[in-house]
Design a protein around this ligand. Structure first.
Ligand code: HEC
Length: 156
């Protein structure tokens, strides 16, 4: 009896573990996670900037400058390796919201990236100079994120 139970447990364990092992072995899943993590970091930095501009949180020059400069520092990351072909939301359903269009219309997404980078750099230059200065550049930042998401990311 003891032996039989043990075998059942072991077998069940193996069956449950198998898909996990297979998933871990696909290196593209790590790449997808990495690029999503980088996007989460953009959100972490941009969130309070949008909040200050909308009056939802108090303007703080030092924090505004730090966060906008963090976004500018992120621009220096070369994340190209995290975006290999065939890692779109058709091939990796439920794992990514990246549309196949990213690759079929390339370099269109790079153009969106350039517009975003311009917005980030312009914001970083003035974000610490007062709420009005922040407000004058925050719209372009929002458009920078949205301009790319509307085109290249699956809507929820
Ligand atoms: C040049 C295109 C582009 C720009 C600019 C861009 N994003 Fe993204 N973003 C994407 C794509 C594509 C995805 C889908 C990634 C995936 O699921 O593999 C994404 C996903 C995300 C996600 C979801 C990540 C997850 O965990 O699934 C967040 C949050 C995000 N972006 C925030 C931002 C913010 C905030 C900005 C601006 C400050 C921004 N993005 C600018 C293309 C862009």
């Amino acid at each position: 009896m003891y032996k039989a139970t043990r075998i059942i447990i072991l077998t069940t364990g193996l069956i449950l573990a198998a898909p996990g092992i297979a998933a871990d072995k696909d290196p593209n899943l790590k790449l997808i996670k990495a690029r999503q993590g980088e996007m989460q970091l953009r959100s972490f930095n941009a969130g309070p900037l949008f909040g200050m501009a909308k009056g939802k949180i108090a303007y703080n020059a030092e924090l505004a400058s730090t966060l906008a400069n963090n976004l500018a520092t992120q621009l220096k990351l070369d994340m190209g390796r995290a975006w290999p072909k065939d890692t779109d939301n058709v091939a990796y359903k439920g794992k990514t919201t990246a549309l196949p269009k990213i690759w079929t219309t390339y370099p269109d997404i790079a153009e969106k990236g350039k517009a975003y980078a311009r917005a980030v750099n312009e914001l970083a230059a003035v974000a610490g100079n007062g709420l009005d200065a922040l407000k004058s550049k925050i719209g372009a930042l929002g458009k920078g994120c949205k301009g790319c998401h509307d085109n290249f990311r699956k809507k929820k």
